[in-house]
Design a protein around this ligand. Structure first.
Ligand code: KG4
Ligand code: ZN
Length: 327
């Protein structure tokens, strides 16, 4: 059973071929560099890049997997959430392929797919219920997962997504784009309490917009008396990351305590963060912690194919061809 996965929700054009849950190839081309000078993803540029790249990405992916198109049994594609133009490219490509090949097609929610990452290649055993933590550039959500089609939101950001805050803070300090990996590598625990930045938390809901603004005001205050040097930037981002990571870790631990669920699954681009991974591992000691492997943490088609195959098997039916992309 071969599944072809397609993901185009943001700036990554990605195709993957899985044999059941084993990843044979996962090929991604990103338009990241085309967005860098704008400090964030420009939807029109991302959409055009998907159109330009998707044929080539599929071809390379099939070559790497050593599987031909007519061997594919199922086509899974992200239909939500994401940039609408970007989603439409992948979704219509997937539907057209499914029609032409006369193969079933299944639409996948890409946030839920982030939670499938630890289960690819049968690394971890899939057991329910679990708490899901998705932290990415567009979303920050905590879910109660009874199954992949029985998912309830427990908490979410009320404003910016966590990754968005990383990107905006890095942009304000002229550290480059995307901000997450830069802040991750510059973080120095020695400076983590230098500034009293705080993220917002209301129950299991979070807020990252205030801490971003607080950091920008602090930067302006410093710049009134001296030029912002590299060390001060590192002190600022270290205090920022300390608060973000502490808030996320505490929230998920509290959610686990309240729900009495002992299993936590984490995915999304920000989960690549080394400090977040180490704090989770150190503090969630009485929980079963399943964190997306680094290669499957950001947006990619392998997680979409894995979840698509799971849902198709569970429901034994394909998605309707009228399925629309949802922003
Ligand atoms: O899941 P993802 O690839 O795309 C979305 O669905 O948004 O996440 C991208 C986000 C970006 O905001 C990026 O800055 C952030 O993930 N990110 C990180 C790290 N690597 C990527 N944030 C913190 N630390 C990292 N190492
Ligand atoms: Zn994502």
């Amino acid at each position: 059973m071969y599944t072809l996965g397609i993901e185009t929700s943001c700036d990554e054009t990605s195709c993957a071929v899985l044999k059941k849950y084993r990843v044979l190839a996962n090929t991604t081309v990103s338009s990241l560099r085309e967005h860098a000078k704008f400090g964030g993803v420009v939807p029109e540029i991302a959409t055009r890049a998907h159109l330009k790249n998707i044929d080539r990405v599929l071809k390379i992916c099939l070559q790497r997997a050593k599987v031909s198109l007519d061997q594919i049994d199922l086509i899974a594609c992200t239909y939500k959430p994401g940039l609408i133009g970007a989603l439409v490219v992948g979704l219509n490509f997937a539907k057209a392929l499914a029609l032409a090949l006369k193969k079933p097609f299944v639409g996948v929610n890409h946030l839920h797919a982030h939670l499938f990452a630890p289960f690819l290649n049968s690394r971890a055993k899939l057991e329910f219920p679990f708490l899901g933590l998705v932290v990415s550039g567009g979303h920050t959500e905590i879910y109660h997962v009874d199954d992949f089609d029985k998912i309830r939101i427990v908490g979410q950001t009320r404003d910016d997504a966590c990754g968005e805050a990383y990107d905006k803070v890095a942009r304000a300090l002229q550290l480059g784009y995307p901000g997450g990996p830069v802040i991750d590598s510059l973080f120095n625990p020695r400076y983590k309490n230098d500034f009293p930045f705080r993220c917002g938390r209301m129950g299991f809901d979070l807020s990252f917009s205030g801490i971003k603004t607080a950091l920008m005001y602090k930067k302006m205050e410093i710049e009134r008396t001296k030029k912002l040097d590299k060390k001060t930037k590192i002190r600022l981002i270290s205090s920022f990351q300390e608060s973000v990571v502490t808030t996320i870790v505490n929230t998920i631990l509290d959610a686990a305590k309240k729900s009495k669920i002992k299993r936590v699954v984490c995915g999304g681009g920000v989960v690549a963060n080394r400090y977040l991974r180490s704090r989770l591992a150190a503090e969630a000691t009485d929980l079963q912690l399943l964190i997306a492997p680094l290669e499957y943490a950001p947006d990619n088609a392998a997680i979409v194919a894995g979840l698509g195959f799971y849902l198709y098997r569970r429901r034994a039916r394909e998605s309707n061809f009228n399925l629309r992309a949802e922003a």
